[in-house]
Design a protein around this ligand. Structure first.
Ligand code: F6P
Length: 372
């Protein structure tokens, strides 16, 4: 029997189990394949830990949050093994052959696309399914996980309005999204945040404080500020850009290593962005300020209808692509269709919010401050 493997990698996300189920059911039912699932992402692949995904294992998981397979952020070419960092790609190739796999489906976000591309280059037949609450995968309209997270973050902003309004406070709410502003922008608009700060638009403290003061002058003595975790003020953005340029320009491996260390320091010193901002706003406006970091709440729990649909659709399409022998692709969602896009065009290609995106225009149209 034709045999395929599947793994989930990167951060957990709503819709992962829907995708595993969609893939598995189509592979077994439509194409007569056998499916095994690797535990804990790339680590389980390197350690050859897997479980059979038969119809019993695939049953009753559609609505379950997280991933029944477990996940990790391990990289195949740089995996920590004891005290060492080891290139596990040759071992993975060996396991793939030993397990008699015809294809491996890697379900994950941007990091997983890069790892999947590495494995494809090593000769494995790879299919990548785009999952992430960040919605930052190139060539796919939406990744599964985003819709549920959008709903959760919107609900949180709704609820934060109660306290902001009742106590006449500024509430700074930090929203995930890695280096992209999709989640903060979408939930900020849907939740009616007064100011939305994105990685794509560096903000100035003066502009944010002025928006809050203008609201207060109109009788609204409270404000909800939705800030993406990757958002930075102008000064910090310049610091970061300079540090990134140093990394790119470094000639020798030693210079590159030193530049990377510097970049990490710059990033680390900018981590408590939301807290710094709240403190600065309190000083600038005289309004009491508080911070809420939504964190993992955004990726937890049962997927919404959109993510169940998308996971099922892309999973089934993945099985069909394997059956017809198409490999080395991301199964992208474009319009209503599942479209194979070469992994080489997806890996390492982050989809941030374009400044001319209709969501940006929509936010400005309702008077939302964007910090610029
Ligand atoms: O990619 C999903 C995500 O939740 C990002 O929004 C966030 O930057 C990151 O993962 C957090 O990573 P970790 O799960 O390792 O804390």
């Amino acid at each position: 029997r034709r045999r395929i493997g599947v793994l989930t990698a990167g951060g957990d996300s709503p819709g992962l189990n829907a995708a595993i189920r969609g893939l598995g059911k189509a592979a077994i039912g439509r194409h007569g394949m056998e499916v095994i699932g690797f535990r804990d992402g790339i680590r389980g692949l390197a350690e050859n830990r897997h479980i059979p995904l038969d119809s019993t294992a695939l049953s009753g998981i559609l609505t379950v949050g997280g991933t029944i397979l477990g996940t990790s952020r391990d990289k195949p070419h740089k995996m920590r093994v004891g005290d060492e960092v080891v290139d596990m790609v040759p071992t993975i190739v060996e396991n793939y052959e030993k397990d008699r796999l015809e294809a491996l489906v890697c379900i994950g976000g941007g990091g997983t696309a890069k790892n999947a591309q590495r494995l494809a280059k090593a000769g494995l037949n790879i299919i990548h399914l785009p999952k992430t609450i960040d919605n930052d995968i190139a060539h796919t309209d939406t990744s599964f996980g985003f819709s549920t997270a959008l709903g959760i973050a919107t609900d949180a902003i709704d609820r934060l309005h109660s306290t902001a309004h009742s106590h006449h406070r500024i509430i700074v709410v930090e929203i995930m999204g890695h280096k992209a502003g999709w989640l903060a922008l979408g939930s900020g608009i849907a939740g009616g945040a007064d100011i939305i700060l994105l990685p794509e638009i560096p903000y100035t403290l003066e502009s944010v404080a002025a928006s809050i003061q203008a609201r207060a002058a109109r009788g609204h003595s409270f404000s909800v500020v939705a800030i993406a975790e990757g958002a930075r003020d102008l000064v910090r953005s310049a610091d970061l850009a300079a540090a990134e340029t140093l990394v790119k320009g470094a000639g020798t491996p030693e210079a590159k290593a030193a530049a990377r260390t510097h970049l990490q320091t710059v990033l680390a010193s900018h981590r408590s962005n939301a807290f710094d901002l709240a403190e600065a706003l309190e000083q600038a406006t005289g309004l009491e300020s508080r911070v809420t970091v939504l964190g993992y709440v955004q990726r937890g729990g049962t997927p919404d209808a959109q993510d169940r649909l998308l996971g099922t659709l892309l999973g089934g399409a993945g099985a069909d692509l394997i059956a017809e022998g198409t490999f080395g692709v991301t199964v992208a969602s474009q319009g209503q269709a599942a479209v194979p896009v070469p992994l080489s065009e997806v890996a390492g290609n982050l989809k941030t919010v374009p400044l001319d995106h209709p969501w940006i225009a929509a936010a400005r149209a309702v008077g939302t401050g964007l910090g610029d």
